[in-house]
Write a protein that binds this ligand. Sequence first.
Ligand SMILES: *Cc1c(COP(=O)(O)O)cnc(C)c1O
Length: 382
Amino acid sequence: MIPVTKPFLPKVQEYESYVSSIWERQWLTNNGPLVNELELKLKNYLGLSHLLYVSSGTMALQLAINALELMGEVITTPFSFVATSSSLVWEGCKPVYVDIDVETFNIDPRKIEAAITPQTSAILATHVYGNPCDIDAIQEIADRYDLKVIYDAAHCFGTKYKNKSVFEYGDISTVSFHATKLFHTIEGGAVFTRSPELLKKMASMRNFGYHGPEEFSELGINGKNCEFHAAMGLCNLKQVDEILDKRRLLSFYYWRALATLKASYPKLNTDLDYNYAYFPVLFDDEQLMLKCMKALENEKIYCRRYFYPSLSALPFLNPAHMPVCESVSRRMLCLPLYHTLTSSDLDLITRVILRVQQYENSNDFIPSMFAIETDRKLNAAF
Ligand SMILES: *Cc1c(COP(=O)(O)O)cnc(C)c1O
């Protein structure tokens, strides 16, 4: 079975040695030593002056929205994971969708201005698949209309833009360390800001707004993370360069193998060190995509439609018509990408896809392993 992703797991002995140290200290949560160590090591690794480790990427978004005191309408992208929109609604804001760019699949800055009203308080954009938005254009609009900017950088661990971590941009950036992300702490996330005031505020908010044992300085929530999750992060951080390298190699392998597929790939931003977080394929045609998905499932290879459907169709929101997003989300398929995939796995995946394309118009022919095996034997025989 080949799933779309597999969480990275360190050597169990390595994790166990952290667990033993937790047993010795009997300090399980509440800003413990492993949480502090992870925050410090992440700052060093990412080249950032500050970050706050929190319980999830969704919590990071909620803290960001709350700390910036956003109200009314927030301009956001319909092409993201549901948490980007649901966090806004949860915090009492109204998502206002702006369609995406047809080449990058990130929010289209040329369409933002038309959506701004006197109720608009901020822009919440996702760097989709780890590829940064048009940050300069978005910041220019935000400055002109006095809007805050939050980046949902859930996919961006390891991505650098203009030689800096992409987490440096916006008023606040957030990331997820969920088990499906390329760097993970099982559950977890972080918030980043260059503002000392916002940092202090979110640090307090993450811990119920505690100011001292008998004093609460502001409204807070339980956004803390614990020693066990931090331990997983410390193990995984040691391996993250290897994970990033492997994903880059696999991505190039895919691109080369799929050169004849009728499909396209996200146009990456310039000035970028990319993290190859996902392998998204935008098929020219939804029918071909669905046939490929089905044929892959027959071989026990499971892809995912990230992101389908468009968030503008969420049942708890008023529907909005986002033609580019709707068209892209119908045709997009993310292929398996994780550290233990091999080139023969990729050969199998890409050959199934190309076979479907080759036989697309011949009576719903689904290529089987038998056909691929025959193909391989024939090739070997000649
Ligand atoms: C994963 C993800 C989140 C949510 O992160 P959790 O840690 O699962 O709460 C938010 N936004 C995007 C774009 C994501 O991919």
